[in-house]
Design a binder for this molecule. Sequence first.
Ligand code: AMP
Ligand code: MG
Length: 353
Amino acid sequence: MQRRAALFLLACIPFFTACAIIPISKSSSPPPPFPSAGGGKVGSSVTVKRAQFLMGTLVELTAVAPGDVIAQAALTAGFQEIRRLENMLSTWIETSELSRINQAAGLEPIGVSAETFDLLRRALEVAEYTEGGFNIAIGPAVRLWNIPEAPRIPSAMELEIAAQYVDYRRIHLDQTRRTVFLEKPGMRIDIGGIGKGFAAEKAAAVMRENGAKGGLVAVAGDFRVFGRRADGTAWPLGIQHPREPGKVLAMLDVTDEAVSTSGDYERYFLKDGVRYHHILDPQTLQPARLCQSVTIIAPDATTADALATGVFVMGPARGMALVERLGLGAVIVDAQGMVIVSSRLRDRVTLSP
Ligand code: AMP
Ligand code: MG
């Protein structure tokens, strides 16, 4: 079974029934004009939205700009940017920088672009914050579970062997040479928990550079919003209920922020009534069991994405304490379905009845 996390605008719910964050129309006024192709004009700004399948998921970009030509150019540049990053970072592409790093595990350091280096540096920083809950060295275990392609429960022995290759402290970044070295053969970096947010962040910057005054970048469950909508209002987003598909759990308005959700309902299978999903606890290499979903609101999408995954593993108590310490926002649904909202978001989030 597979569903993807996302935030979506209410106006787009039919389009995004498979998603976890929901852009929403807040007032009783009609939803904003977001035609699925082409533009909607409000005042002197137009709003244009397009979707493409990239990075193994649906990527949806919305641009608000002074004219249709600028809006379309901003969208085209945004998609190009995501495609460029996919070529650099996808482990499905053998020649990508990340594939080369993984192929050279235990052999030699690999020189990488400043962007890849920055992404990995950020990932290791979040690994420290989350006390190893977020761990990009998790690759060998992710491969064993193979969710959702051909899911099966790995044996205890398989997991024991994989456990020898998932220590993120054995990922060595050399700032001076700008190289990355995986100490042990068999190690494998997996950026599934941070790459989409990184791409969303970069795409938003490129859209802005290309003239968009406002925009929404949605890469599965990772959202980056900048500026305002054409009518001057903030972007209303809804968080998907983790157990009731299509139902909004909570709503909030967003401008110039990122919102990421990690959930156990995005990619999972059920066996003997037990849910096995794609976010693994690096301590046990089993699916993390303390949350149903974690939404993080942060100034940038790379942080939001990585922290959503890491806090999911840490669980509500330790995870929320970290969010508060970092001064960020979170909405956590714990394993029993209880909703916990961080102090900074209490005035901003409206929970659905
Ligand atoms: P997300 O949907 O952002 O929470 O990312 C989940 C993806 O991150 C999984 O599909 C794996 O590719 C990868 N992943 C799984 N467990 C972890 C973990 N503990 N730390 C970092 N990445 C993980
Ligand atoms: Mg993530």
